[in-house]
Design a binder for this molecule. Structure first.
Ligand SMILES: Cc1cc2nc3c(=O)[nH]c(=O)nc-3n(C[C@H](O)[C@H](O)[C@H](O)COP(=O)(O)O)c2cc1C
Length: 377
């Protein structure tokens, strides 16, 4: 495929989806600076090339939380994934099952855990926006477990809704309301529109049984926000008691509470500023990862996400202290650009890029990148 970099797929995706969809996928909050900071901080991470390393047999496979994956990369939870391209959730879940990578289904997607059950195989993680009602929480956990999802991810950085001004300007509503402006935007993207017509307008399908998903609300006040609460330590404890397999907490930037999180029985911390979508003044994911690794010691499992644009960036994050790296927007650029083939191209670009750079560094396993860090900030 003649699209050698992730940015090439992003450009094509932008030409194929309506403006309001692009604004939803691409935007951060406020002045966008937290997202830009993620990329800028990655650029500053320098890695030491190796010399006279001899022939390398590069192996990307990685064990994480007791499971083996083909590479230390996966699909981060993206709400309304199916709005970017109809069927995106199933396309990405199938890719992950086939290629042995984790697929993290969001609470607020157009596909339910039950929809994904036939496709996800051994590779499902479920992301929880914490419902305030414990009965709803227990029901969601049961549904995830019954559908075969083995790893639970509690998102902790959406205690309140953020402003996301670009989305408001684009008049993004949940569920979609067909206004003349939306119709015009959709008419300019006929391929996307026909796919939506064939598949139906994506909705917050998982939440349908808990509340009204059909009343249009502007901005962020959709049913997902109405159901969720701001979790506290008691909430974490209750969740830990109710979920017996691996539990990850996502959206932690501050290293200070890390020991208490570990004591609470959490299996991994996911260092993320939510793609810059929650708090414009948040530190970059890389700065936070650096501090988090220092706080938790060399062995506690850490995940990184934010502005990964290449295999080089994956290695940068691993070098700074991540054990695993997740991506949100990039997979959706691939799917919107070329469907399943585009998602596969994202994976190809990341893996080939990692292999090439590992050759430069004279290492044969991704985790060895940590020993090649020259500068992190
Ligand atoms: C369109 C969009 C929707 C998202 N929805 C969720 C979500 O439902 N739950 C969640 O925990 N994170 C969500 N995130 C954050 C991602 O999981 C991830 O932290 C972020 O996208 C990583 O940055 P990247 O997109 O630059 O790779 C979303 C991100 C985007 C771009």
């Amino acid at each position: 495929m003649d699209f050698p970099a992730l940015e090439d797929l992003a450009k094509r995706a932008r030409r194929r989806v309506p403006h309001f969809v692009w604004e939803y996928l691409d935007s951060a909050t406020g002045d966008q600076s937290a997202h830009l900071r993620n990329g800028a901080a990655l650029d500053r991470v320098l890695l030491q090339p190796g010399v006279l390393g001899g022939e390398q047999t590069v192996d990307l496979s990685t064990t994480f939380l007791g499971r083996s994956y083909a590479a230390p990369i996966g699909v981060a939870p993206v709400g309304m994934s199916g709005l970017m391209w109809p069927g995106a959730e199933i396309i990405l879940a199938k890719l992950c099952a086939q290629e042995r990578l984790p697929y993290n289904l969001s609470t607020v997607t157009a596909a339910t855990p039950e929809d994904l059950a036939p496709h996800i195989g051994e590779h499902g993680w479920f992301q929880l926006y914490p419902p305030g009602d414990p009965d709803i929480r227990r029901d969601l956990l049961k549904r995830a477990r019954d559908a075969g999802f083995h790893t639970m991810v509690l998102t902790a950085d959406v205690a309140v809704a953020s402003r996301r001004e670009r989305q408001r300007r684009a008049q993004l509503r949940q569920p979609m309301k067909i206004t003349p402006s939306i119709m015009l935007q959709a008419a300019l993207r006929p391929h996307w529109s026909l796919s939506i017509l064939r598949n139906g307008m994506p909705k917050l399908a998982t939440l349908a049984r808990y509340g009204d998903i059909d009343t249009p609300r502007i901005g962020t006040a959709h049913v997902g926000y109405l159901l969720r609460t701001a979790p506290d330590w008691d909430y974490l404890k209750a969740l830990r008691d109710e979920w017996e397999s691996p539990l990850i907490i996502k959206g932690v930037l501050d290293p200070e509470p890390a020991p208490q999180i570990i004591d609470a029985g959490v299996d991994a911390i996911w260092v993320s500023n939510h793609g810059g979508r929650q708090f414009a003044a948040a530190p970059s994911g890389i700065a936070a990862l650096h501090a988090m690794r220092a706080a938790v010691g060399p062995d506690f499992p850490l995940i990184y996400d934010g502005a990964i644009r290449s295999g080089t960036d994956v290695l940068r994050a691993l070098a700074v202290g991540a054990d695993f790296v997740m991506l949100g927007r990039a997979w959706h650029h691939g799917v919107a650009a070329f469907g399943a083939a585009g998602a596969a191209q994202v994976l190809h670009i990341l893996c080939e890029g990692m292999k090439a750079d590992m050759g430069q560094m004279a290492i044969d396993r991704p985790a060895q990148a940590r020993g090649r860090l020259i500068e992190a900030t």
